[in-house]
Ligand binder design. Structure first.
Ligand SMILES: Cc1cc2nc3c(=O)[nH]c(=O)nc-3n(C[C@H](O)[C@H](O)[C@H](O)COP(=O)(O)O)c2cc1C
Ligand code: SF4
Ligand code: SF4
Length: 450
């Protein structure tokens, strides 16, 4: 049976499923309830000089039937007194000595950093997370993403922290930056023990059409929020990959955050180099119980593949993430429709005819099953993505797998197109219908034929 326990930069936990610093980690009550439910660690809601929060704090993108596909908040760090948080932290550690309790911190001056680090160490925290991420409110006060966006400042603060910290330090990065490796390298140079990412994305989640103000509306006005939830997962994965592949960062333990909801999400983050993960939005949506599906799914995945610990497959996808120029131009897939599964909805036909390569034909005999015109199909996947029936359209490999030519190799061999009408371009000679075909069913054909 798989062993899910982790030792993340010296922070030990029974599993890699940790709660991110956010409302679910506001109090000792919630964290104990979460540990009881199966979470292996929790990053306490960010501690600092307590703030005053506004009422009306969250907004969301509901996409069709999916509620909270993207989630936005304008909440700040904890508004509870530090002494209450520290007392409860001590309690939690008393009852759950083997679980990871990490104190997220955000203060201003060097003296405040040194003081609060001592405080949380005395309360029994297993680690510290530096919050350089909040893209609202706190950044206006020179903290949060204001630090995350300035690698030199970030490095200085990490150095202040490392001067005194006796427990492992995780630097949590803001994704509101063009090159995530810049603050990543700065954190490593500052001496951090580990990195976590991502915090939330600066965003406007929508506009109230009656009040003409961004959501969440606070007495007729709004501010930018921090965006997270399932919608941000792809960007978080990409940033994680950038850090994990960087030679100055790759040896630093990485904790993946952003849109994690299922065991599959967890595995994907681990495959790109994370050795623990944190979850916020999914817990705010569905509660602590989602960890049971994560645990069962990860265990089964590992048992099926023969992995004993998560370190056996951490980063295993990284060698396969390459630059576009290294992809095989000879790889050739074509769409295939499973006629037994097809429900004749025509979505694939519409998508391919209007949005891709006119490679799907509607039946002319009155039946409902469309067919693939193989010579037109460029293997773009669009039809298989829009088809509402699972595994009805699959992409089948057509080349024999013997040839391998990349753009890079072609460039080196001077075989790439260099002029606008170059014979060597890929789409040359590719079938496209005559433009007139688009209007041949119009009643007023003469107008188009003149
Ligand atoms: C309402 C709310 C409050 C948050 N507060 C904090 C915070 O105090 N400190 C922090 O580091 N991150 C905070 N976050 C960011 C989360 O810890 C996490 O990085 C982010 O939500 C991405 O994870 P998710 O997609 O699982 O939600 C907050 C997020 C939300 C939604
Ligand atoms: S893979 Fe692309 S080109 Fe081929 S049939 Fe589907 S949508 Fe059309
Ligand atoms: S989208 Fe799928 S189910 Fe609908 S017609 Fe095409 S193949 Fe059939």
């Amino acid at each position: 049976m798989a062993d899910l326990s982790v030792n993340f930069a010296g922070i030990k936990a029974p599993n890699p499923f940790w709660l991110a610093s956010a409302p679910p980690t506001n109090s000792g009550y919630q964290i104990m309830k979460a540990f009881e439910a199966g979470w292996g660690g929790a990053v306490w809601k960010t501690l600092g000089v307590p703030v005053i929060n506004v009422s009306s704090r969250y907004g969301a993108i509901n996409y069709r039937d999916t509620r909270m596909a993207g989630f936005s908040n304008i909440e700040l760090i904890t508004d509870r007194p530090l002494e209450d948080n520290l007392r409860e932290m001590e309690e939690v550690k008393k009852y759950f000595p083997d679980h990871a309790v990490i104190a997220s911190l955000m203060v201003n001056s060097k003296d405040e950093w040194h003081q609060i680090i001592k405080d949380v160490e005395n309360a029994g925290a297993d680690g510290i997370e530096l919050n350089f991420g909040c893209p609202h409110g706190m950044c206006e006060r020179g903290m949060g993403s204001a630090v995350g966006q300035e690698p030199a400042v970030l490095k200085t603060i990490v150095e202040w922290v490392m001067e005194v910290a006796k427990i492992p330090v995780i630097t949590k990065l803001s994704p509101n930056i063009t090159h995530i490796v810049d603050p990543g390298v700065a954190a490593v140079q500052g001496g951090t023990d580990a990195i976590s990412l991502v915090n939330t994305f600066k965003s406007i989640v929508g506009i109230d059409l009656d009040q003409y103000a961004p959501y969440p509306v606070v007495d007729g006005k709004g501010s930018n929020g921090g965006y997270c939830g399932p919608a941000v997962k792809p960007i978080a994965l990409h940033m994680l990959k950038d850090l994990a592949q960087h030679e100055d960062i790759s040896k630093t333990p990485l904790c993946g955050i952003g849109g994690i909801e299922t065991w599959r999400d967890v595995v994907e983050f681990i495959l790109l180099g994370a050795t623990s993960v944190q979850v916020c939005t999914a817990v705010m949506h569905y509660g602590f119980g989602i960890v049971r599906e994560m645990e069962a799914g990860l265990t089964r995945f590992m048992d099926d593949r023969g992995y004993k610990t998560i370190y056996d497959f951490a980063g295993k996808a990284l060698p396969n993430v390459t630059e576009w120029k290294n992809l095989n131009l000879k790889y050739d897939v074509k769409a295939t429709i499973d006629e037994d599964k097809c429900v004749g909805c025509d979505l694939c036909y519409i998508a391919c005819d209007d949005g891709a390569h006119q490679a799907i034909a509607l039946p002319e005999d009155g039946s409902r099953i469309p067919s693939i015109i193989e010579k037109n199909c460029v293997g773009c996947n669009l039809c298989s993505l829009v088809c509402p029936v699972e595994d009805c359209i699959t992409m089948v490999r057509k080349d024999e797998g013997k040839e391998h030519v990349t753009w890079q190799e072609k460039t080196e061999a001077y075989e790439i197109p260099v002029a606008f009408n170059d014979e060597r371009a890929g789409g040359r000679g590719h079938y496209v219908p005559n433009p007139f075909e688009a209007v041949k069913h119009f009643k007023d054909q003469k107008k188009w034929q003149e």
